[in-house]
Write a protein that binds this ligand. Structure first.
Ligand SMILES: O=C(CO)COP(=O)(O)O
Length: 255
C-alpha cells in the first residue's frame, strides 16, 4: 500500500504498559481486526517490548513505533536509548515531545528539537506532540503556546525532513482524563498548526502534512474527530490497549 500524502495515521501509544508476553498477545488479537484497515496503523510500545512486538506484527500492516529517543548517537547517557538502537529493531516511528515527557522528565522545546533531529537523521519518522494545558487555554494562551512549541521543535528542520514528520495535537487537559476536546476545538487547533506550517514551509508542504488529534479518543468519538478537515488520524493512549476499541478507531479513519 502506498501511504500517500495525508493518508490518516492511527497510532497507539501504549505508554508504560504491557510486558513482552502481554504485548505479543494483544498484537495477536489486533492483527485480524486490522487487516482491512484503509489508513496507516502504528503501535508505539515500551522499549522492552519492541523486539517481541516487531515479531508479533510480522505479516501485518502495523508499523512498529517507540515513545522517545535520545539526541546523541551514543555516549555516556545512562538510561537513554539512541535512534540507531531503535532503527536496528525495525522501528519506523518515534513519538517525540509527548506532554508526559515534558511534564515529568523535563523535556524542553530545545531537547524536543534535538531528539527530533536525531531521529530524522537515523531514518525514523517522528510523531511530534504539541498541546496546551488547561491553565494556558483558560488564560487565552493556547495559540501562543502551540506556536512556541512548533517553532522550538522545528528549529533548523528542513522541508525535506518535515515530510518525515507527523504532528500530534494533544491538549494536556484531554489526555487520560476522558475529557475529549470537541471536534470543533480539535479541528481549530489542527488548522492553526497547518497555518503555522504554511507560514514556515509553504502551502504545499502544509497541505501534505498529517496532523493527528490525541486525548481521550475512543471508539465512540473517533469518527466525529476524524471527520474534521485538518485532522488526519489519532494518537491513542488508553483505547490502544484494547483490541476492539483500537480497531474501531482504525475503522473510523478512512482515507
Ligand atoms: O497521550 C495520549 C496519546 O499519546 C492520549 O492518551 P489517552 O488516549 O489515554 O487520553
Amino acid at each position: 500500500m502506498d501511504f500517500a500524502k495525508r493518508t490518516p495515521l492511527v497510532a497507539g501509544n501504549w505508554k508504560m504498559n504491557l510486558t513482552r508476553a502481554a504485548a505479543g498477545a494483544l498484537i495477536g488479537e489486533m492483527k485480524p481486526l486490522l487487516k482491512d484497515a484503509s489508513c496507516e496503523v502504528a503501535l508505539c510500545v515500551p522499549f522492552t517490548d519492541l523486539e517481541a512486538a516487531g515479531a508479533a506484527m510480522a505479516g501485518s500492516r502495523i508499523r512498529l513505533g517507540a515513545q522517545n529517543c535520545h539526541w546523541a548517537a551514543s555516549g555516556a547517557f545512562t538510561g537513554e536509548i539512541s535512534a540507531d538502537m531503535l532503527r536496528e529493531l525495525g522501528v519506523a516511528y518515534v513519538i517525540i515531545g509527548h506532554s508526559e515527557r515534558r511534564q515529568y522528565f523535563g523535556e524542553s522545546d530545545q531537547t524536543v528539537n534535538a531528539r527530533a533531529k536525531a531521529a530524522l537523521s537515523a531514518g525514523l519518522r517522528v510523531i511530534l506532540c504539541v498541546g496546551e494545558t488547561l491553565e494556558q487555554r483558560e488564560a487565552g494562551e493556547m495559540e501562543a503556546v502551540i506556536r512556541r512549541q512548533m517553532a522550538g521543535a522545528l528549529e533548523g528542520i528542513t522541508g525535506e525532513q518535515l515530510r518525515e514528520m507527523v504532528i500530534a495535537y494533544e491538549p494536556v487537559w484531554a489526555i487520560g482524563t476522558g475529557k475529549t476536546a470537541t471536534a470543533a476545538q480539535a479541528g481549530e487547533v489542527c488548522g492553526l498548526i497547518r497555518s503555522f506550517l504554511a507560514e514556515h514551509y509553504g502551502a504545499e508542504a502544509a497541505d501534505g502534512m498529517r496532523i493527528q488529534y490525541g486525548g481521550s479518543m475512543n471508539a465512540k468519538n473517533a469518527a466525529e474527530l476524524l471527520a474534521q478537515k485538518d485532522i488526519d488520524g489519532g494518537l491513542i493512549g488508553g483505547a490502544s490497549l484494547k483490541a476492539p476499541d483500537f480497531a474501531a478507531i482504525v475503522a473510523a479513519a478512512k482515507e
